[in-house]
Design a protein around this ligand. Structure first.
Ligand SMILES: Nc1ncnc2c1ncn2[C@@H]1O[C@H](COP(=O)(O)OP(=O)(O)OP(=O)(O)O)[C@@H](O)[C@H]1O
Length: 231
């Protein structure tokens, strides 16, 4: 059995090219401790989404190793690319199909997951009638219903207004702490870093630092252009 301090997300020497002449990720290694909420930072186009997709297995890696505690949940920047069923309850239960659970077990998992993201009263609500923040919480509930150990979130607040943005980051932090999950959250918004236990800084495809969020915030400001990384 792994100790509680063992990392739940590990990557060693990951490299990736979209085309032969343009390396996107260069020898990236990182580790996120179990039960912690970490952020993946970097300026536009430095490779954050590509790295997250490699970690999730959504892209095939060509070199290096990845090791994540299963099951793994993924939350996309645009929830409309992820939510496929007509109502909240149907969407959360859809992710459980492969587990062949009984009707009662599915109901229990869906209720528990929606309660965790404060959406149980919206169980029967059509997806089209939700706000952007509510849609993101449905996507997160899908991962909770599947009892995911690891949650990977690709700029989940990119399309949200500032209030919903802070609400979502607070809620994910609470979920990580209360459920013992491990989360890696991609962002370039400095204010979100205040909620993180740790961070990983990517610069032009290389992991140049990882650890204390405040130090990485300063480094991001140094390497980034102020306008882009401002919240
Ligand atoms: N499907 C793709 N095909 C070809 N090139 C791609 C593809 N997706 C991303 N890229 C390129 O890979 C590089 C890294 O992109 P990526 O989306 O991973 O960066 P990012 O740090 O997440 O950027 P942003 O903050 O703007 O979302 C960029 O140069 C981008 O143009």
């Amino acid at each position: 059995m792994q100790s509680p301090a063992a990392p739940a997300i590990v990557a060693n020497n990951l490299s990736f090219n979209w085309s032969d002449d343009r390396p996107v990720l260069k020898d990236c290694s990182l580790a996120v401790p179990r039960g912690e909420f970490w952020m993946l930072l970097g300026t536009n186009g430095c490779g954050k989404s590509t790295l997250l997709r490699l970690l999730a297995g959504l892209l095939e890696r060509r070199s290096g190793d990845v090791n994540l505690a299963p099951p793994v949940g993924f939350v996309f920047q645009n929830p409309d690319h992820q939510l496929v069923m007509p109502t909240v309850g149907a969407d959360v239960s859809f992710g459980l199909v492969e587990e062949r659970l009984s009707y009662e077990q599915v109901r229990q998992r869906v209720d528990e997951a929606l309660m965790a993201v404060n959406l149980l009263p919206l169980l029967r609500r059509p997806i089209y009638a939700l706000s952007g923040g509510q849609k993101q919480r449905v996507a997160i509930a899908g991962a909770i219903a599947r009892h995911c150990e690891v949650l990977l979130l690709d700029e989940p607040t990119a399309l949200l207004d500032p209030d919903s943005q802070i609400e979502l980051v607070e809620q994910v932090r609470k979920l990580v702490k209360s459920r013992g999950m491990t989360a890696l959250w991609v962002t370039h918004r400095l204010n979100e870093l205040d909620f993180a236990d740790g961070a990983i800084l990517l610069d032009r495809g290389r992991v140049i630092d990882q650890g204390e969020p405040e130090r990485l915030k300063q480094r991001l400001l140094e390497i980034g252009n102020g306008a882009e990384v401002a919240s």
